[in-house]
Design a protein around this ligand. Structure first.
Ligand SMILES: [Zn+2]
Length: 420
């Protein structure tokens, strides 16, 4: 498809414009068709099916791999819910844009608001787990305790959903406090550990416009990736519509991620696609031949050229006359051009005539010992001045600054009571 587009570019500019328009219309039509009643919706451009067993840890904030996204593709994730007041608004905002996301649910929240978890799932979003109690020290707790947090969290979400298969084998460690033992346990259970590619700091006490700014700035920096947000935060609810509008305006596309099942195998991908910025086909380094292993590489010393290798006569240097004659010889029968009309150089004096260069007179290096008139007045007045500030016209500005500073110190300043 990309190849076809490139061919179009080469063959005809008019045809390319037409094709571009067609692609544009097709994209818009798809978006509108996917989102009845919302013709300007951002939409969900595609569904990515992943196999957690093949790629157990994702998110470049902490891991080598991330989702195999194309440029300007974004995966939205929301943590810590559901909290009906805010999560329901997030649901409405996403629905108005026909955007599908992934929600990482806290077990205790699922126990408190099971219908909220079901609403998220029924709206077509992916549901992952986020521990039972959201401890921020899973990187330091015993693995038994960590397992308990994971297992209980998963059980709580499954119970809320009422269908074990409705929970995706996706897990996000609270506070991203990763530990290898925790990740290994999750992987052993066939669960994918999700970090993120960028945050929007929406759990901090910042304004919703700041959340928007951070989200867009970090996304622009990476060009694609997994965005971590919190559906329980009011500032996120406030920032989300603008974020989605801007994603659309800047040409970003939303990708919905679902786990592979026997009925729905993983989307085919190459290993390098799981890196955020794999080496491009256009980067020369991936195609340059290996540097050959020269025979000299192991030698302690490189062989120096012998005089006979050079165009010297019998190893002795040519005289100036010989060199001149050598240069005038036609190479392989090709006649040399006529001598260029360079200006004649004056004949050099014989070496013997320049035994010694004239020595500069001693007076050239004499330093005037008499101080300049401007500094004469300062010299006898203050011994301290000589030590601290070099006298001279260039120090006038510094002296002025010191003077101003000293003057300022005379303005009223708090003085300790005892010293008044
Ligand atoms: Zn969290």
């Amino acid at each position: 498809m990309v190849g076809d587009l490139l061919v179009g570019v080469r063959t005809s500019r008019g045809a390319t414009l037409g094709l571009g328009l067609l692609v544009c219309i097709t994209a818009q039509t798809a978006s509108a068709a996917d989102c009845p009643g919302h013709p300007d919706a951002l939409g969900t451009s595609r569904t990515l099916v992943v196999d957690p067993k093949e790629h157990p840890r994702i998110g470049t904030m902490q891991y080598a791999e991330t989702l195999p996204l194309r440029d300007r593709e974004v995966v939205l994730t929301f943590d810590d819910g559901p909290l009906p007041r805010n999560s329901n608004q997030v649901l409405d905002i996403l629905a108005a844009q026909c955007v599908k996301a992934t929600f990482f649910i806290i077990g205790r929240m699922a126990q408190a608001f099971p219908e909220g978890v079901r609403k998220l799932h029924d709206a077509g979003h992916s549901i992952g787990a986020h521990s039972q109690n959201h401890p921020l020290n899973m990187n330091r707790m015993s693995i038994e305790r960590a397992k308990q947090e994971i297992d209980e969290g998963i059980a709580s979400v499954k119970t809320a959903l009422g269908n074990d298969a409705a929970l995706a084998p996706f897990f996000r460690i609270p506070g991203l406090s990763r530990a290898e033992t925790v990740e290994d346990y999750l992987a052993s259970q066939g669960i994918q550990t999700w970090s993120a590619d960028f945050l929007a700091d929406d759990w901090r006490h910042i304004s919703s416009s700041r959340v928007y700014d951070i989200a867009m700035k970090r996304l622009e920096a990476k060009g694609k990736g997994i965005l971590l947000l919190h559906d329980i935060q009011a500032r996120t609810v406030a920032a989300l519509p603008r974020i989605l509008r801007e994603l659309k305006a800047r040409g970003y596309r939303i990708v919905h991620v679902v786990p592979a099942t026997p009925e729905q195998p993983a989307t085919p991908s190459e290993p390098q696609q799981w890196q955020l910025h794999p080496p491009s086909e256009n980067v020369a380094i991936s195609h340059w031949p290996k540097i050959p292993n020269f025979v000299f590489a192991n030698a302690d010393m490189l062989p120096g050229p012998a005089l006979s290798d050079l165009d010297w006569r019998d190893g002795r240097s040519m005289t100036l006359a010989e060199a001149s004659d050598h240069a005038r010889r036609p190479a392989r029968g090709v006649p040399l051009p006529r001598e260029a009309p360079w200006p004649r150089q004056s004949p050099l004096a014989p070496d013997s005539a320049a035994i010694a260069l004239p020595i500069p007179a001693q007076s050239i290096f004499e330093i005037q010992e008499k101080p300049p008139a401007a500094t004469q007045g300062l010299a006898p007045s203050s011994h301290r001045a000589e030590q601290t500030v070099p006298a001279g016209p260039q120090t006038d500005g510094l002296a002025e600054l010191i003077s101003v500073d000293a003057g300022d110190s005379q303005s009223p300043v708090p003085v300790p009571i005892g010293t008044r």
